[in-house]
Design a protein around this ligand. Structure first.
Ligand code: 4AD
Ligand code: MG
Length: 480
């Protein structure tokens, strides 16, 4: 297989080379003497133009080639006559590997809506938009590993199947091998999970954090990067039932160290994508601009996609406490006519996404790190502040996205942590293994979780989270 990827053929210093390419046909235009075939192999957003004469490659072969077909072509690279790219391939031999019936192939060359493409998610990666999104997604994932590797963090694989609900939100998917139509019962008539595969109730993980903490209390600085699952019934453009999360956890870090790391990390992976995905991001930037122009004027974002990425990388994030944010929100109106749909009258209420977006997009116009939330709206493991009311939490809010990171310094005191768990009705016995980190050699430590798809959304400018993961899992949707 002497195949060369199209990515390596598009610049002018390849002129004169004899090469073989394979890929999928985007378009074919023919006149009597020659056919022009735009070929894409996914290695790069650009197509390679093939110039094929029927008397060289055969009339019958050309007839079988239509949009979506897979072909193999050999020939010589020559300087391109047309504008746009430096080289094209003068084909000397052509083979059809797989035809695509033009009557049936759904991706004919025209503009398709994202809604339509979502219905054919198994084919949509063959479009320019999704090709670009998934190359950027790859680059961001690679950048995550590179960032932490360079800093001496260890990648830990935490379990997918677990018996705990780290966030305590009760939004877990159950895992069982029992026949639930006819389950074994206990004497009291409850399902007898002792007869289940793991001899107990289990679920898919909502977060790798608790296990990540165990690792940090041994290896000092670790991160996880894996799938997480939440059965929250939120049909929004920011929620998936199955999403990927990156969770660094660091011994000897306090809340401020955690904020510094998170800000540096986010900027670093965005910069990596800007540097390594230039063509894809330029394409997505144009796409985002078209989308933006379709919106009503007061909802349009001032900055284009690339400008927004550059801005975020170059400016300090705004840092303030929840209490300070509430003060700002109470004294603000999102626009002249309207108040917030959700008024923040009482200290202690959780912020709605309209509040988060107001702070980020209208008030500060930059990413915001919100800290020190009321303890009652945050998870049990967060470090309790001196005031007795707040915890050392941090959420990072991004323009166009809202919450992209959630994290905290962790409560290191066994006694404080246990009593908080009891207040929240979480059984210390069930989590005895977690509490051992506080029982034996406890120390201040902190960490955070980045929702990977939300970061991919931010960098690609895609409005719907279903369009940045290959096979989205949302309520009522688990095909493929
Ligand atoms: O704020 P969350 O729930 O925090 C945790 O899970 C902590 N254990 C993290 C930690 O401290 N190690 O989730 C973290 C991030 C959110 O900020 C959001 O970006 C993303 O995960 N997220 C989701 N992304 C897509 N779909 C969902 N349903 C999400 N729920 C959370
Ligand atoms: Mg959160």
């Amino acid at each position: 297989n002497k195949r060369t990827k199209i990515k390596f053929l598009l610049d002018s210093n390849k002129i004169g080379d004899s090469v073989t390419v394979m890929g999928w046909v985007r378009t074919k235009r023919s006149n009597k003497s020659v056919s022009f075939i735009a070929l894409n192999d996914g290695s790069v957003i650009d197509n390679l133009q093939l110039v094929a004469a029927p008397d060289v490659v055969g009339e019958d072969t050309l007839k079988k080639i239509s949009t979506g077909a897979c072909i193999k072509a050999s020939g010589d690279l020559v300087a391109s006559q047309g504008a746009g790219q430096a080289t094209e391939l003068m084909v000397t031999s052509l083979e059809v590997l797989g035809e695509a019936d033009p009557e049936k192939y759904p991706l004919q060359p025209k503009r398709h809506s994202l809604e339509f493409l979502r219905e054919i998610a198994h084919l949509r990666m063959r479009t320019n938009t999704f090709g670009a999104v998934f190359r950027v997604r790859h680059a961001l994932a690679f950048a995550v590993h590179q960032y932490f590797n360079n800093k001496g963090f260890f990648y830990i694989h935490t379990p997918i199947i677990t018996a705990s609900d780290a966030e305590g939100a009760g939004e877990t998917f159950k895992v069982t091998t029992l026949d639930l139509k006819n389950p074994p019962l206990t004497e009291e008539g409850h399902i007898n999970f002792k007869e289940d595969f793991f001899e107990r109730e289990t679920n898919l993980t909502v977060s790798g954090q608790l296990e990540g903490e165990l690792a940090a209390m041994a290896l000092s600085e670790i991160y996880t990067f894996g799938p997480t699952f939440r059965a929250e019934n939120s049909n929004t453009t920011r929620h998936l039932a199955e999403f990927w999360m990156i969770e660094p956890e660091m011994a000897f870090f306090d809340a401020e160290d955690n904020q510094d790391l998170a800000e540096d990390f986010l900027k670093s992976i965005i910069s990596y994508a800007m540097e390594h995905c230039k063509e894809d991001l330029e394409f997505l930037d144009k796409r985002a601009e078209e989308e933006n122009n379709k919106k009503p004027t007061n909802e349009r974002s001032e900055l284009g996609l690339l400008e927004r990425l550059k801005f975020v990388v170059e400016h300090d994030f705004e840092r303030l406490t929840y209490t300070e944010a509430i003060e700002i929100l109470r004294n603000s109106k999102p626009n002249k006519k309207k108040k917030f749909n959700y008024l923040i009258e009482d200290w202690g209420a959780d912020l709605q996404s309209e509040h988060e977006r107001f702070l980020v997009e209208k008030h500060f116009k930059k990413p915001v790190i919100l800290t020190d939330y009321p303890k009652d709206i945050k998870a049990f493991y967060m470090k309790q502040n001196e005031d007795g009311k707040t915890v050392a939490a941090m959420d990072i809010l991004f323009p166009g996205i809202g919450e992209i990171v959630g994290g905290s310094q962790r409560e290191e005191s066994l006694q404080k942590l246990t009593s908080r768990m009891e207040e929240m009705d979480i059984s210390p016995e069930e989590l005895h293994w977690y509490l051992d980190t506080r029982r034996f050699g406890s120390t201040p430590h902190a960490g955070f979780g980045l929702g990977f798809e939300r970061m991919v959304q931010f960098v690609t400018g895609m409005g719907n989270i279903r369009d940045v993961i290959a096979f989205p899992r949302t309520p009522g949707n688990a095909e493929f």
